[in-house]
Design a protein around this ligand. Structure first.
Ligand SMILES: C[S@@+](CC[C@H](N)C(=O)[O-])C[C@H]1O[C@@H](n2cnc3c(N)ncnc32)[C@H](O)[C@@H]1O
Length: 280
């Protein structure tokens, strides 16, 4: 199925007109691939897809869920986590509280990585964690905190690297057991987060593009990893501006491995690894 550009634009405009979802600033290349896949999955022509989202709200919701890319993992890109653990968090550890927002949290692995790391650093009680995603199915999975094990065995390697090793001092080693945080059930092929971790964060649906700004607090750290990559340049700048406004001065924005701050927002941040410090 090859979707023409004008068909994609029409789909995006109609979706925007009949719902709160606005994908108009997203990167057209990735959006095109996702919509083409939806057409194949449901055996629809572009006209039929538009007709169906107009008539069936439930179908519209599931199409939106199919548009978002939700790939994630526990301690994804462990080098960044090591940097955050040993170079960023120590600068905040004297604060009475540490406010963190994970936007685009997908099914929650990033949320649990963070909580596990903060617990291992004996900072768990100071953390106020807010986690959001556009996709409500992912919010349910994040709250549930249960993941497949067989395809994710590297979760345990990542845990070792981030929790039990110090890459800045190889002589320092820890022996924290992952069972303190999650249970691996090989028979049911599951990794299940412990309840004390699941009770900690506020996890809710929020659209970082079109949603209301989070106004009740500012944050010491915002994670927005592998979200901007799906946006066009203009939308990236708009969202970076919003995130900048939600950070304390000297707060940190964490981006994905293939993301960076270019253009007008670059003078407001200082890059340190994949962590961007708000400097004005
Ligand atoms: C590839 S996942 C990244 C997950 C996680 N941050 C990571 O790096 O492992 C991208 C997530 O961004 C979410 N997303 C896309 N557009 C969004 C928006 N406008 N507001 C909030 N979340 C959004 C998607 O639903 C998806 O779960």
């Amino acid at each position: 199925m090859n979707l023409r550009e004008e068909e994609l634009v029409e789909f995006v405009n109609i979706l925007k007109g009949i719902s709160e979802y606005n994908f108009s600033g997203y990167s057209m290349k990735s959006l095109k691939r996702r919509v083409e896949r939806i057409l194949i999955t449901y055996s629809l022509t572009p006209e039929q897809l538009i007709e169906k989202i107009r008539l069936n709200r439930q179908f519209l919701e599931s199409v939106v869920m199919d548009i978002t890319v939700n790939t994630t993992e526990l301690f994804r890109d462990p080098k960044i986590w090591q940097y955050i653990r040993w170079r960023v968090i120590p600068k905040l550890q004297k604060n009475n509280k540490i406010n963190i927002w994970v936007t685009g949290c997908s099914s929650g692995q990033e949320v649990y990585s963070l909580l596990i790391m903060m617990h291992a650093m004996e900072l768990f009680d100071k953390v106020h964690l807010y986690a959001t995603d556009l996709n409500s199915s992912m919010i349910d999975l994040a709250k549930n905190g249960v993941y497949k094990f067989r395809h994710n065995t590297d979760y345990l390697d990542n845990f070792e690297k981030v929790i039990n090793q110090n890459p800045f001092n190889y002589e320092e080693k820890f022996e924290v057991d992952y069972n303190n945080y999650f249970e691996v059930d090989r028979v049911k092929d599951q990794i299940r987060m412990h309840d004390f971790l699941k009770r900690k964060p506020i996890i809710e649906k929020h659209d970082v593009v079109n949603g209301k700004p989070v106004s009740y607090t500012k944050f010491d750290i915002i994670f927005c990893r592998n979200v901007l990559i799906y946006f066009g340049n203009h939308l990236q700048t708009t969202v970076l501006n919003k995130l900048h406004g939600s950070l304390f001065k000297d707060g940190y924005l964490v981006l994905g491995m293939h993301e960076s701050i270019l253009g007008p927002m670059s003078s407001k941040f200082l890059k340190q690894n994949q962590v961007y410090k708000r400097i004005n």
